[in-house]
Write a protein that binds this ligand. Structure first.
Ligand SMILES: [Fe+2]
Length: 194
């Protein structure tokens, strides 16, 4: 099947959906957003809504992975080696998060938007401070990003379940559990009583 045929199918499917007045979400369709035809047994409006939601979290998790590397490279102080190695491990986990998210988008017939420009435009994470060095400052900055992402992902679980996509809800549930655990790892550095 050539590319043109795929897009012809997409266009017809989208037009049909609009004609039937069923797909409120399509009113927000941007011209570059493409859904491919697939025989997966989920309605187009569900797949489209989930692809958008997953792409939002794709930007966030790629941004998170870059923030973690920023910490890995620049952390200094008496706990350098422990934090340097912890941050590298967290970076590996974040890579797995965004790869799973991107591949769920494409499994649904969507397009994964993961370029640096798209990520910079769409990430909802706090900006990472450029010039911090102390270990606890990096821990605090990363904890803020994990907490912000954890909050939106917890809401995404309900959104995906409500849309009838149990698999995307499950992906978000696993992600949420991982983010919560890492937030504990980070905050454990901050919670000791003097
Ligand atoms: Fe390294």
């Amino acid at each position: 099947m050539g590319t043109g045929e795929v897009f012809d199918h997409c266009d017809r499917e989208l037009q049909l959906a609009v004609w039937h007045g069923r797909l409120h979400i399509l009113a927000q369709t941007d011209p570059e957003h493409v859904m491919h035809k697939t025989s997966i047994d989920l309605p187009l409006q569900t797949r489209d809504a989930m692809a958008r939601l997953l792409n939002a979290r794709l930007a966030d998790t790629i941004d998170l992975s870059l923030q973690i590397k920023q910490a890995h490279w620049n952390v200094k102080g008496p706990n350098f080696i422990a934090l340097h190695e912890l941050f590298d491990r967290l970076h590996g986990e974040a890579e797995a998060y965004y790869d799973d998210i991107a591949e769920r988008v494409t499994a649904l017939g969507g397009t994964a938007y993961g370029t640096s420009k798209t990520v910079a435009e769409n990430s909802t994470l706090p900006d990472y401070p450029a010039n911090i060095t102390a270990g606890l400052d990096h821990v605090k900055a990363l904890a803020a990003s994990y907490a912000a992402l954890g909050k939106v992902v917890r809401a995404d679980i309900e959104t995906a379940a409500g849309a009838g996509d149990a698999d995307t809800a499950d992906l978000f549930t696993g992600l949420s559990r991982g983010l919560d655990k890492t937030l504990w790892f980070l905050e454990a550095h901050l919670q000791a009583k003097a």
